[in-house]
Design a protein around this ligand. Structure first.
Ligand SMILES: *[C@@H]1O[C@H](CO)[C@@H](O)[C@H](O)[C@H]1NC(C)=O
Ligand SMILES: *[C@@H]1O[C@H](CO)[C@@H](O)[C@H](O)[C@H]1NC(C)=O
Ligand SMILES: *[C@@H]1O[C@H](CO)[C@@H](O)[C@H](O)[C@H]1NC(C)=O
Ligand SMILES: *[C@@H]1O[C@H](CO)[C@@H](O)[C@H](O)[C@H]1NC(C)=O
Ligand SMILES: *[C@@H]1O[C@H](CO)[C@@H](O)[C@H](O)[C@H]1NC(C)=O
Ligand SMILES: *[C@@H]1O[C@H](CO)[C@@H](O)[C@H](O)[C@H]1NC(C)=O
Length: 372
């Protein structure tokens, strides 16, 4: 195991000490509308860039989010056109499986694994019905090598959030908690949803989470992807193109004011590593590595604001959890909620950031080669 492997592995250990180094899952919802804010300038590009491999293609699918089981298998959701949940083998040994079709929802949005194999997600109800939060219990699932589902997961809708406007990313603090946190992009806040009772409360509402005033569609979006590490909430404000952090109490409420990490970032959801880097899925067709301590951005894969990119409209990012892929990041792509995406580019890609990450060393210092 390399040092990087050990460190990436450590962040999945489900301990929740007050100042521990725990990273939890997160998620973020992608815009479905073609209105967009001004494109920020492209960050510099890593040299060499990380290699990208498409592991699942599903033409027309607006992939929205993903979560990775402890055995490395991937659950992936769709923002459009259908409310589907896929189960994808990162090594493509078993064919990808359509795990569930949520016929009472319009789409499937953020997803997070609270306790081992206990996943939670959300989606808006049909006919403008309220958002539902659903649970996916993967403990008994059995999928045959040919992709046939022998024992399906147990899936339940466990409650609604009637006052939610546009639910987006989902995350949690601690695997022993009875609640998840969900960003509300239009309310400019974070919902706390109790998975045992189905009750909810708007636990944070903050100006840093609001979208820019007098905008429409994506440009009006506020908080999008969110993730908790070390009892600190990291989040991206998509419309404002800003990235923040905010300390939390263990009950999910804010412990202090937000700190701006950077402005001018085209961001959706992201994965955090142990060193304080956020790997940000950018709707501008790239995976951006953001140093959350300095705000420096670096494109590690894809081509910024270019539809010839091999990551068309990235929507979410998660580290792998298998033996072979702990320095890889899986990215969902929706193929262009923004205009101009080639059809067939939608799905999940693997980005091998191991080499690129090592270029920068554990303290972010540049170590060898390249023009970063
Ligand atoms: C976690 O937070 C504590 C308290 O704020 C801080 O001392 C520590 O350096 C942080 N650890 C990491 C890995 O950021
Ligand atoms: C990309 O893959 C090639 C072929 O396997 C390998 O030689 C190269 O080192 C990889 N690049 C990076 C940045 O990992
Ligand atoms: C999902 O369910 C809807 C409603 O029954 C159906 O129209 C659609 O074809 C299903 N999608 C898939 C991929 O099975
Ligand atoms: C998958 O394998 C099972 C068990 O061998 C078999 O019963 C089933 O018909 C197969 N399904 C397909 C689609 O080949
Ligand atoms: C937003 O629009 C309202 C109503 O049109 C106007 O009163 C307000 O000044 C505008 N705010 C900004 C920041 O442009
Ligand atoms: C938070 O910001 C408000 C308004 O700027 C300020 O009055 C307050 O002191 C700040 N709180 C902390 C803990 O920094």
């Amino acid at each position: 195991m390399t040092v990087l492997n050990v460190i990436v592995f450590l962040f999945s250990i489900p301990l929740c000490l007050a100042a521990s180094s725990v990273t939890s899952d997160t998620s973020g919802v992608t815009p479905v509308v073609p209105v967009q804010p001004t494109i920020p300038p492209s960050p510099p590009t890593a040299s060499p860039e990380a290699n990208v491999t498409r592991i699942f293609k599903y033409p027309g699918g607006g992939f929205e989010n993903l979560a990775v089981r402890s055995n490395g298998q991937i659950l992936a959701t769709l923002a459009f056109p259908e409310p589907l949940l896929f189960y994808v083998d990162p090594l493509s040994i078993r064919p990808a499986v359509l795990l569930h079709n949520f016929t009472s929802l319009r789409n499937t949005g953020g997803i997070t694994e609270l306790a081992p194999d206990r996943f939670y997600g959300h989606g808006p109800g049909l006919n403008n019905g309220p958002y539902s939060v659903y649970s996916v219990d993967m403990r008994q699932i059995l999928v045959l090598p040919n992709g046939t589902i022998f024992t399906p997961p147990v899936i339940k809708e466990i409650g609604t959030i009637p006052s939610a406007l546009l639910l987006n990313g989902m995350t949690h603090l601690c695997s022993s908690d009875n609640f998840v946190l969900i960003s509300d992009t239009l309310l400019g806040g974070v919902w706390k949803f109790y998975v045992d009772t189905g009750k909810s409360e708007l636990v944070i509402q903050d100006p840093s989470m609001s979208g820019p005033p007098n905008q429409t569609a994506f440009a009006a979006f506020g908080i999008n992807g969110l993730r908790v590490q070390n009892n600190t909430l990291f989040y991206c404000n998509s419309g404002a193109q800003k990235f923040y952090k905010m300390p939390l109490h263990v009950d999910g409420s804010s412990a202090s004011n937000a700190t701006l990490i950077t402005s001018g970032i085209a961001c959706d959801d992201f994965a955090l590593d142990k060193w304080g880097f956020a790997y940000v899925a950018s709707p501008r067709n790239a995976l951006i590595r953001l140093d959350t301590r300095t705000g420096a951005q670096l494109v590690v894969a894809g081509t910024f604001a270019d539809s010839s990119s091999d990551i068309i409209s990235a929507s979410s990012a998660r580290f792998g959890k298998g033996d072979s892929d702990r320095t890889s990041i899986y990215i969902t792509t929706n193929g262009g909620a923004f205009a101009g995406a080639p059809p067939g580019s939608q799905g999940i890609s693997r980005v091998d950031v191991g080499d690129v990450a090592q270029l920068f060393g554990r303290d972010g210092q540049y170590l060898r080669g390249g023009k970063a």
